[in-house]
Design a protein around this ligand. Structure first.
Ligand SMILES: NC(=O)C1=CN([C@@H]2O[C@H](COP(=O)(O)OP(=O)(O)OC[C@H]3O[C@@H](n4cnc5c(N)ncnc54)[C@H](OP(=O)(O)O)[C@@H]3O)[C@@H](O)[C@H]2O)C=CC1
Ligand SMILES: O=C1OC[C@@H](O)[C@H](O)[C@H]1O
Length: 356
């Protein structure tokens, strides 16, 4: 329960890469700027494989705050008694081991997407987190943006009827011809490729529009079809398309594409319902707007009512997921009800099947 004093969550940051910097920049923004007054975030430690890098990171992204400890190993963060929760921003293939080490040290964990490399790893972490009584969540920040909450309300009010199809495309041109093959997006040893990098966002849209839809009653897709194009250099997938067919309680398909060699498509998502459409703006990981269209009668395609909803906030919007972590920990929850282990597990199971 909230009291007059905000709940302070003390974070330890694992790694000093690009997204760790953005995460720290965001959680240090005054929560009142997003009308949040019940939780606040404090960075108390940064861990890098190199202590000098950790200190440089603090100087650059946390205004050189002298109260933040710079650790030269990740292990020092896990055992730091001042740390409540650990944020993991390492490459994909390290998520399992880093999360496991943090959980065994009894730290709560927010781990970057994709949470693990496969379903087996995730199941093991999920069990371990529960055994150790700690909160564990994939950093699926899109789910916690205000736009996602607003869309959920639109879907739940029932006026659109059941979903029929979702076409979603998240493409980003990484200019892979000019990247070293050791870059995280190309290197199989770091979990490179379009599916693992961009696929989690496609899954969040399929989950929001179909898996979570009240008419779906929690059923997983009954069929998955897939196709991949691989890079000639390292063999990771350059472009992947997969189709999830929800044929148990819904009669609906999510047609999902991602690419690391193509520019973004606009709009990035189109959800079709019996009674209308929802158009999602690009980029799918942080859309700033969606448009809801209603038909004159079911199935007609004749739009008679159109409403655009726009969202803006300062920073990147990575703090909304951190607020969820803080509230769950404050309230003694081991999982988020919005992005619990079941949803990450569905993502991992789908990815396992897509890669067969
Ligand atoms: N939510 C989002 O919007 C985004 C999420 N991501 C996710 O974040 C993760 C990291 O991506 P990003 O920040 O772009 O990656 P970077 O390459 O910029 O940073 C990764 C960091 O991980 C640490 N690290 C540990 N082991 C290795 C290794 N063997 N090789 C390279 N780095 C290593 C390093 O920190 P140190 O040297 O300090 O130990 C490094 O700085 C990925 O899982 C990705 O999917 C990425 C971009 C955006
Ligand atoms: O999570 C991500 O979102 C944005 C992209 O820039 C990035 O490659 C990806 O990891």
């Amino acid at each position: 329960m909230s009291s007059n004093q905000p709940f302070v969550l003390r974070w330890g940051i694992i790694s000093t890469g690009m997204i760790a910097a953005k995460f720290v920049g965001d959680i240090l923004i005054d929560p009142s700027t997003r009308t949040v007054d019940d939780v606040v975030h404090k960075v108390v430690a940064v861990g890098s494989r190199d202590a000098i890098k950790a200190q440089e990171f603090i100087n650059k992204f946390a205004q050189g705050d002298k109260s933040i400890k710079a650790h030269g190993t990740y292990e020092e963060v896990y055992v730091d008694k001042d740390v409540d929760a650990v944020y993991i921003g390492t490459p994909n293939t390290y998520h399992y081991q880093n999360s496991k080490d943090a959980i065994l040290a009894k730290k709560h964990v927010l781990c970057e997407k994709p949470v693990t490399m496969n379903a087996v790893e995730l199941k093991s972490l999920s069990t371990l987190a529960k055994e150790n009584g700690v909160f564990f969540m994939e950093a699926m920040w899109t789910k916690f943006q205000p736009l996602s909450g607003a869309l959920k309300k639109v879907l739940e009010d029932g006026r659109l009827g059941p979903p029929v199809s979702l076409h979603a495309d998240l493409s980003l041109d990484f200019d892979i011809e000019n990247l070293p093959t050791t870059h995280r997006i190309l290197d199989p040893m770091l979990g490179g490729g379009a599916l693992l990098d961009l696929g989690p966002y496609l899954m969040v849209w399929a989950i929001m529009t179909m898996y979570e839809h009240p008419d779906n009653k929690g059923e997983e897709p009954g069929h998955i079809a897939t196709s991949m194009l691989r890079t000639s250099t390292t063999g990771v997938d350059a472009s992947t398309t997969f189709v999830l067919t929800f044929n148990k309680t819904l009669q609906a398909q999510a047609i999902l594409s991602c690419s690391i060699t193509l520019p973004a498509v606009r709009p990035a998502g189109n959800i079709r319902f019996r009674n209308g459409n929802v158009v999602i703006h690009s980029p799918l990981y942080r859309p700033s707007a969606f448009t809801v269209e209603y038909f004159d009668k079911p199935g007609s395609g004749n739009v008679v009512d159109r409403t655009a909803k726009e969202f803006s906030y300062i920073g990147e919007g990575l703090y909304f997921q951190a607020d969820e972590v803080a509230r769950c920990i404050r309230d003694g929850k081991l999982e988020s009800s919005e992005w619990g282990h079941d949803k990450s597990l569905l993502e991992m199971k789908v990815f396992d099947e897509v890669r067969i």
